[in-house]
Design a binder for this molecule. Structure first.
Ligand SMILES: [Zn+2]
Ligand SMILES: [Zn+2]
Length: 152
């Protein structure tokens, strides 16, 4: 066995952050302070609980889990470059949801581009758009009247 129990790992994967648990970075709603969304990185092959009815899933690519948002849990694939940039942002003491949004909007769909602030799902006025009887996307209006897509 390799003797790797004492040395600090050269890369990220800090114990207790995105390794295995349900921990993540929570972003608070500007209007009410409730959790607008929780973002955590999920390494390829790690088991993630997608909630009912999907249950446990393993993805063959690195990604991020966005939780507490509309529709429950969303998984977003990240290529190595985006994963590295998201990891840097999430490692900061006060991660910037706008910076996450800039990497990929679905990493921080709760972040309003107009206000440059996050809102929880209760403060977005959302409308589900159907296409031929199937879910297409969710449109939202923030408390200041900005329109944007919340889920696709
Ligand atoms: Zn709110
Ligand atoms: Zn807004």
């Amino acid at each position: 066995m390799a003797h790797q129990d004492s040395a600090m790992p050269p890369e990220d994967h800090e114990p207790g952050s995105d390794a295995a648990g349900e921990a993540g970075t929570a972003f608070a709603c500007t209007s009410c302070g409730a959790v607008a969304g929780v973002v955590r990185l999920v390494p390829a092959g790690a088991a993630v609980d997608m909630g009912s009815p999907i249950g446990e899933q393993r993805f063959d690519r690195d990604g991020a889990m966005i939780d507490r948002w509309i529709g429950g849990r969303n998984w977003q694939a990240l290529d190595p470059d985006r994963r590295a940039r998201a990891g840097e942002i999430l490692a900061q003491p006060h991660p910037d949801p706008g910076a996450l949004h800039a990497i990929h909007w679905e990493l921080a769909p709760f972040w309003c581009r107009g206000c440059r602030r996050p809102y929880c799902r209760d403060h977005w006025m959302s409308t589900v758009i159907m296409d031929d009887g199937f879910y297409d996307y969710t449109a939202g209006i923030c408390p200041s009247g900005h329109h944007q897509i919340l889920d696709d």
